[in-house]
Design a protein around this ligand. Structure first.
Ligand SMILES: [Cu+2]
Length: 268
């Protein structure tokens, strides 16, 4: 069985290598970038329990709730929940549109993105999404929460009873992003960023990210993380205008996987 699948695999691989007309052809005109966001401090922060001073029976029913301000993998210092994205320019307040987005990626496949709060914390803790998507706040838990959200062109503060949900749309890119919090349970915090293109990623538990199907060209790779904000950002004056500059220059080549420079976040 193993031999058979290996043979079949080799057959497919050979077919891919020999046949230049397979459907992946368009990918040859696009590139990708892979990288890792790591913690630059000496001592890796360990998950600290938050003070759950309300609705303990429900909120602690699945164990202690820990702060997610820094979620760092002690084995490789990878930082989870950072958002990394591409921009043609380094002016984060006024990003230029990305040109050459392939037809298949011009619209999002999913019209909505959900953020649930099943046990007095947001899941996921960080959301990156597109302007053509709506955000749905859900309450899959057993107690009421208010959802105070602000940024990306909107704000609100609905009360969500167990099982309720609230959909918000028409979000715009906002350079400071959106913050989400609950006043009933003060430790609950989440973050949302909205982009008018598909070239962004949220880092995983190893701090890794990948951005695929990118039109080749020169970009800035910009990183945000909740404890530090925009990585390596600075306020500069350009033509008398106040500009927030951020990001590392990166060239994306067609048909290649580009390795991002190390992104090392220094704790404040
Ligand atoms: Cu709450």
């Amino acid at each position: 069985m193993r031999t058979l699948s290996l043979t079949a695999g080799l057959f497919v691989l050979t077919g891919l290598l020999l046949n230049p007309c397979l459907p992946r052809a368009s990918a040859q005109n696009l590139g990708s970038v892979k990288g890792q966001v790591t913690f630059g401090g000496d001592k890796v922060p360990m998950p600290a329990p938050v003070n759950v001073d309300k609705d303990q029976a429900h909120c602690l029913s699945k164990g202690p709730i820990t702060s997610e301000e820094w979620v760092v993998n002690p084995n490789n210092k990878g930082v989870r929940w950072a958002i990394v994205w591409l921009s043609p320019n380094n002016d984060v307040k006024n990003p230029e549109p990305i040109k050459g987005i392939p037809e298949a990626l011009q619209k999002s496949k999913n019209p909505t993105v959900a953020m649930d709060q099943p046990c007095c914390r947001y899941e996921p803790h960080v959301v990156a999404m597109r302007t053509d998507q709506s955000l749905i706040f859900k309450n899959g838990g057993a107690v009421a929460h208010n959802v105070q959200y602000q940024g990306c062109g909107t704000q609100g503060n609905p009360i969500l009873n167990p099982g309720a949900e609230q959909k918000i749309g028409d979000l715009t890119y906002g350079w400071t992003g959106m913050t989400v919090g609950c006043n009933i349970h003060g430790w609950m915090k989440a973050y949302v960023r909205v982009f008018d293109h598909p070239y962004f990623a949220v880092t995983d538990a190893d701090g890794n990210f990948e951005i695929k199907d990118v039109p080749p060209g020169n970009y800035y790779l910009i990183t945000w993380q909740e404890a530090i904000g925009l990585h390596n950002s600075k306020a500069v004056k350009v033509d008398g205008k106040n500009v927030i500059s951020a990001g590392d220059k990166i060239a994306i080549a067609a048909g290649q996987e580009t390795k991002a420079p190390p992104i090392v976040l220094q704790p404040k």
